[in-house]
Design a protein around this ligand. Structure first.
Ligand code: ZN
Length: 131
């Protein structure tokens, strides 16, 4: 398993990690298979979405903040319930098809680490299984 580090600079941030994940897959040596990209955090997530126009990531982030505002009368004492809810809505893993040693992605797709309670240094686990 490979571990990719992601450093975020703001509380809520979608970081394009496509190149980091591609490097981790290449490092595994697996040419054909499945890669599981897993975020082991309760206030972060991972998505595959449009990487060509940065305003898409901004729109996703803004809509999630409307759905789960930072201060929303939550019960959780840490004051970051919105981040837990955003993580639950988005999900903590994605699966990738690996072909020719690279992830198969559409022309406009990228892999984004979603920070909902930053800034922090985070981990993303990448497990590549031959198939
Ligand atoms: Zn919490």
């Amino acid at each position: 398993m490979e571990v990719v580090q992601v450093r975020t600079a703001t509380r809520i941030e979608l970081v394009d990690i496509t190149s980091k994940i591609s490097e981790a897959i290449a490092k595994s040596g697996v040419k054909e298979g499945i890669a599981v990209v897993y975020v082991p955090h309760t206030t972060a997530a991972v998505i595959i979405n449009e990487a060509a126009d940065p305003s898409v990531a901004q729109d996703i982030s803004a809509k999630l903040s409307q759905l789960a505002p930072h201060l929303g009368g939550y019960r959780h004492h840490e004051g970051n319930s919105d981040a837990h809810i955003k993580s639950a809505l988005v999900g903590c893993s994605v699966n990738l098809i690996v072909s020719g040693g690279s992830p198969v992605l559409g022309t406009w797709q990228g892999i984004f680490f979603c920070e909902f309670d930053g800034p922090r240094t985070r981990k993303v686990h990448v497990k590549v299984c031959p198939a």
